[in-house]
Design a protein around this ligand. Structure first.
Ligand code: ZN
Ligand code: ZN
Length: 215
């Protein structure tokens, strides 16, 4: 049961194709898991199409025949197909994410110390996507954010001072958010975390957790 969804702003940016690849991946992965956001995206896509037709109305700068030729060409195009497969519910890694793991589909974890692990995914610059493995009951050091952070839960759950996030839930954090996520007891937590600026860790002890400082 997903209770934390994507914002309108993110869905709109995804629909218009203006997000960096790493954020696109997080949005596509949530949409693969979430019927509600998939439906909201469809309405954003429809609005986007309508806006496109409006701006294509005849204008003084375009001859009428040129316009109709252009429109005819646009209409002849097959509709854009997005690769949004609906995965089986027990599939930890949804389809959009699988393409980033390499041919064998294995997650190549690198230790961060304390049982935590990460795999940085290869995306274009401007934002970073990583899979994080946080052992059950373990805290990520207390931090604030230099920019936008999207955290999508793929397995297990975590809680911070603000809320609880289970599988499929997405937490949207920004410069205003200061939190300390803790993986719930019972099951190790795997998340897809996307950031467009490094996190800022606070306090002395987190600073000793050097491996996290690169996140
Ligand atoms: Zn959703
Ligand atoms: Zn954070």
């Amino acid at each position: 049961m997903i209770t934390h969804h994507l914002s309108d702003k993110l869905l709109m940016a995804y629909s218009t194709g203006t997000l960096p690849e790493a954020f696109n991946l997080a949005v596509a992965t949530h949409i693969a898991m979430c019927d509600e956001c998939r439906a909201r995206l469809a309405s954003f896509d429809a609005v986007g199409g309508a806006v496109l037709e409006e701006v294509s109305e005849p204008s003084v700068t375009m001859r009428a025949d040129a316009l109709s030729a252009t429109l005819a060409r646009v209409k002849a195009q097959p509709p854009v197909q997005r690769k949004v497969a609906v995965p089986p519910k027990d599939d930890v890694i949804p389809a959009p994410l699988r393409d980033y793991l390499g041919a064998d589909g294995e997650i190549r974890w690198r230790s961060l110390g304390g049982g935590a692990k990460q795999m940085v995914l290869e995306t274009s610059e401007h934002a970073t996507a990583r899979l994080l493995f946080i052992p059950a009951g373990t805290a990520v050091p207390d931090h604030t954010h230099g920019g936008l952070e999207l955290t999508l839960v793929l397995q297990g759950a975590f809680a911070d001072e603000h809320d609880r996030f289970g599988r499929g839930d997405v937490e949207i954090a920004d410069e205003e958010t200061h939190h300390q996520p803790v993986a719930e007891m019972g099951e190790d937590c795997i998340c897809l975390a996307v950031t467009d600026a490094p996190l800022k860790f606070r306090g002395l002890i987190p600073r000793l957790a050097q491996p996290f400082l690169g996140i």
